[in-house]
Design a protein around this ligand. Structure first.
Ligand code: SF4
Ligand code: SF4
Length: 223
C-alpha cells in the first residue's frame, strides 16, 4: 500500500480518533486528515490547544477509525454483531509544517489549499505532517458473510518505519496435536505435514490457541 491508499482508507471514514500522551496520560480527540503527498499524511490543529502542546512535546501521534458503521447491534443470542467493514490505525512521528511550505505544496496539490484557506481564516491554526509511521488495516467479516475467513490484516509503513510483530506464534515446543488448528475460529492456522503454522494476516490474537495448547507451545509476542 502506498500513502495514497492509506489516506483514502482514512478519508473514507472522515472523523478519526487522534491519540497523544500528556505527561504519561493518554488523551484522545476527534480530528481528520485533510491531505497527503509523498512525504506523509497531514492534519491541523490550533496552537492554543492542549493537542498542539502534546504534539510538539512528543512529536508522536496515533490515529484510528472504523468503517462503515461504528454502532453495535446484537443478534438473537444477544451477542454483538458488527457489519463487515474495517478499522485502520497508524502510529508515527510528526513534524509541524510552516504556512510557507503549505503554500508551496498548495501550488501543485489542490488538497493543501484547504489548509492554507483555513489558516488565513483562523490564524492560530497550524499543520502537522505524519511523515514516518506504521499501521494496519483490520478488515473484518466476523460472520463470514462474504468470504470464508473472518479477518484480513494488511500492514503498512512509510518514511522508514518498520512494522513491529505483535501476536502469537508456535514454538519448537509444539507436539503437533492439532488442537489449536481445530479450535481456531479465524481459520488462521494451517497444517503442513506435521507442522502447524499461524497466518498472521488472519489471526485475531484471540488467544484460543494459547489456552487450548497442551504443550505451552504458543508464545505471546507483545513487542
Ligand atoms: S495446540 Fe500446541 S502442541 Fe498442539 S499443534 Fe497447536 S501449538 Fe502444537
Ligand atoms: S490467536 Fe486466535 S486467531 Fe490467532 S491463531 Fe490463535 S486461535 Fe487463531
Amino acid at each position: 500500500m502506498d500513502i495514497t491508499d492509506i489516506y483514502d482508507k482514512f478519508d473514507q471514514i472522515g472523523c478519526l480518533t487522534f491519540a497523544t500522551i500528556d505527561n504519561g496520560i493518554p488523551q484522545t480527540r476527534i480530528a481528520h486528515l485533510f491531505a497527503h503527498d509523498h512525504e506523509g499524511l497531514y492534519f491541523r490543529t490550533m496552537i492554543t490547544k492542549p493537542f498542539y502542546e502534546q504534539l510538539k512535546k512528543t512529536e508522536k501521534v496515533s490515529i484510528c477509525g472504523m468503517f462503515p458503521k461504528t454502532s453495535v447491534s446484537h443478534n438473537e443470542d444477544g451477542m454483538p454483531y458488527f457489519a463487515p467493514g474495517y478499522t485502520i490505525r497508524a502510529t508515527g512521528v510528526i513534524k509541524e509544517i510552516s504556512l510557507e511550505t503549505l503554500k508551496e505544496k498548495a501550488g501543485s496539490n489542490e488538497m493543501f489549499m484547504l489548509g492554507v484557506k483555513d489558516i488565513e481564516k483562523y490564524p492560530a491554526m497550524t499543520t502537522f505532517c505524519m511523515h514516518k509511521a506504521w499501521g494496519e488495516i483490520y478488515d473484518f467479516d466476523f460472520e463470514m458473510e462474504h468470504r470464508s475467513h473472518k479477518l484480513l490484516r494488511t500492514g503498512f509503513c512509510f518514511g522508514g518505519a518498520v512494522i513491529p510483530f505483535r501476536g502469537v506464534r508456535i514454538t519448537d515446543e509444539c507436539i503437533s496435536c492439532g488442537d489449536c488448528y481445530e479450535g481456531c475460529s479465524f481459520k488462521a492456522i494451517s497444517q503442513d505435514n506435521e507442522h502447524f503454522v499461524i497466518d498472521h494476516s488472519k489471526c485475531d490474537v484471540c488467544g484460543d490457541c494459547y489456552t487450548v495448547c497442551p504443550a505451552n507451545a504458543i508464545e505471546i509476542v507483545i513487542g
